[in-house]
Structure formats: structure tokens, C-alpha cells
Design a protein around this ligand. Structure first.
Ligand code: 5GP
Ligand code: ZN
Length: 112
């Protein structure tokens, strides 16, 4: 999607600090971390948010969680990390390309 910041990151048009990439998924460090470990996992397919996920995407969204948990374990979260999807501006969603936040590296990594 042409005016989507995460599509531009996926296309390499905007730089990011990547943790992981395959044909379906990209993970990169959040530009404004809210915890010692804070990264995002996004599908390469543009889906605006959780409310736009369809049955076709079930496997892809499961993969986001699996990759996020794997990367959390590899990046010093121990077994304690938070997994968040925001849906809608009122819930704090700022980028309308679905993304999984992984937050960790401290106890109770709120507030996001
Ligand atoms: P949301 O509030 O939509 O759930 O989360 C969007 C997240 O994307 C925020 O945590 C924000 O810091 C992060 N973010 C926004 N723009 C960029 C960017 O250009 N690069 C990176 N790495 N993160 C971004
Ligand atoms: Zn997008």
C-alpha cells in the first residue's frame, strides 16, 4: 500500500533495524521503545489491523506470534514478555498495517 509506513519499511524504502525476515514476515526494533526489549513483527501482506484479518490470514497471524515468541527468547526476555496488537486509533493504533508488539526485558513491561 503506497502511503503505508510499514509497507515502505518492508520494501526497504524506509530503513529499519531488522531482527528477522522471510517471505511472509518482517521483524524490526521499534523506533520508540517502551521497554528494554521492544520490537514489532509484521506480515509483508498489508492488513490494516486485527479487525481486518480474515480466515485466509489465520496461518499468517499464527506465524507472527510464533516468530515473535522465538525472537523474544533469543533477545534476552527470558520467559517473560508481552504480546500486543492494537486495533483502532482509540486503542492507540498509530500505524494501520497490522503489527505485533513484543515487549520485555523488565518485569511487567507496560504500558503499551
Ligand atoms: P501502534 O501504536 O500503531 O500499535 O504502534 C506503532 C509502533 O510503530 C509504535 O510503537 C512506533 O514507535 C513504531 N513506529 C512508528 N514508525 C516507525 C518507524 O518508522 N520505524 C520503526 N522502527 N518503528 C516505528
Ligand atoms: Zn502496509
Amino acid at each position: 500500500m503506497s502511503d503505508c509506513i510499514f509497507c515502505k519499511i518492508i520494501a526497504g524504502e524506509i530503513p529499519s533495524k531488522k531482527l528477522y525476515e522471510d517471505d511472509d514476515v518482517l521483524a524490526f526494533w521499534d523506533i520508540s521503545p517502551q521497554a528494554p526489549v521492544h520490537f514489532l513483527v509484521v506480515p509483508k501482506k498489508h492488513i490494516a489491523g486485527p479487525a481486518e484479518v480474515t480466515e485466509t490470514d489465520d496461518k499468517l497471524i499464527g506465524k507472527l506470534i510464533r516468530i515473535g515468541a522465538q525472537l523474544a527468547a533469543e533477545n534476552n526476555t527470558g520467559d517473560a514478555f508481552r504480546v500486543i496488537f492494537n486495533n483502532g486509533a482509540k486503542a492507540g493504533q498509530e500505524v494501520f498495517h497490522i503489527h505485533l508488539h513484543i515487549l520485555g526485558g523488565k518485569d511487567k513491561p507496560w504500558p503499551i
